[in-house]
Ligand binder design. Structure first.
Ligand code: SF4
Ligand code: SF4
Length: 183
C-alpha cells in the first residue's frame, strides 16, 4: 500500500499530473480513442484505477504504451485534462520504476532512444537498433530483413556521428539529471 501511495504521489507531481483528480468518469476519452480496441483498459478506466489508488495495476497495463498520441481525447475532455500528457507521464514513471507490462517491448525502444541521444546528442538509427537488439533480441530478429534492405539502400547510416559540441550537450544532460534528483 505504501508503494501504491508513493507511485500516486509521483504521478501527481508530474506537470499536469494532478489534473487526473478532476476526472468525472464521463468516458468521452474512451469513446474518442482510436486505439481502445488494443488497450488493456481505455483511458477512462485507466484513470479510475489511478484515482482509486491502484497505480501499479495501471502501470502494468499496455494502455499508455499503445496510445498513439493523437490528442482526440485531450481536445474532447470536458474537464480540460491533458490526457495525452498524462500518458507520457505514465511512460516516464514506468521506465523510472521498472513497471513494464511483461509483453510490452516499447519500453526497451524508449530506453534505447534515450541512451542513444545521451551518447551522441542526436539520433542514430543504427545505434538505436543495436541497443534495442541487445534489450529485445526477438523483436530485432523479426525486423532483420527490413534493416538489411534499408542499409543496402543507404537509408540508415553505419557510422553514428555526434553533435559538434557533444561535451557541452552532455554537461546539459548531467545538470538536468542533478536537478531532477533534487526535486
Ligand atoms: S473525458 Fe476527461 S473527464 Fe471524461 S473520463 Fe476522460 S479524462 Fe475523465
Ligand atoms: S491520445 Fe492516446 S489515449 Fe488519447 S485518444 Fe489518442 S490514442 Fe487514445
Amino acid at each position: 500500500m505504501m508503494e501504491a501511495k508513493g507511485l500516486l504521489k509521483e504521478l501527481l507531481e508530474f506537470p499536469g499530473g494532478s489534473q487526473i483528480l478532476k476526472c468525472i468518469q464521463c468516458g468521452t476519452c474512451t469513446g474518442s480513442c482510436p486505439m481502445v480496441d488494443v488497450m488493456d483498459y481505455g483511458p477512462r478506466k485507466l484513470f479510475a484505477l489511478v484515482k482509486g489508488g491502484d497505480v501499479e495495476l495501471a502501470l502494468k497495463s499496455n494502455t499508455y504504451w499503445v496510445c498513439a498520441s493523437c490528442y482526440f481525447c485531450t481536445v474532447r475532455c470536458p474537464r480540460g485534462i491533458k490526457i495525452t500528457d498524462i500518458m507520457y507521464a505514465l511512460k516516464q514513471l514506468a521506465v523510472k520504476r521498472g513497471y513494464y507490462p511483461p509483453k510490452e517491448k516499447t519500453p526497451f525502444l524508449y530506453l534505447s532512444f534515450k541512451e542513444t541521444v545521451e551518447e551522441y546528442g542526436r539520433l542514430s538509427e543504427a545505434k538505436l537498433m543495436q541497443k534495442f537488439g541487445v534489450k529485445s533480441p526477438g523483436t530485432i530478429f523479426k525486423q532483420m530483413g527490413t534493416g538489411i534492405k534499408l542499409l543496402m539502400k543507404r537509408r540508415i547510416e553505419t557510422k553514428p556521428e555526434s553533435l559538434e559540441n557533444i561535451d557541452g550537450f552532455r554537461r546539459v544532460i548531467q545538470k538536468a539529471k542533478e536537478l531532477e534528483r533534487e526535486l
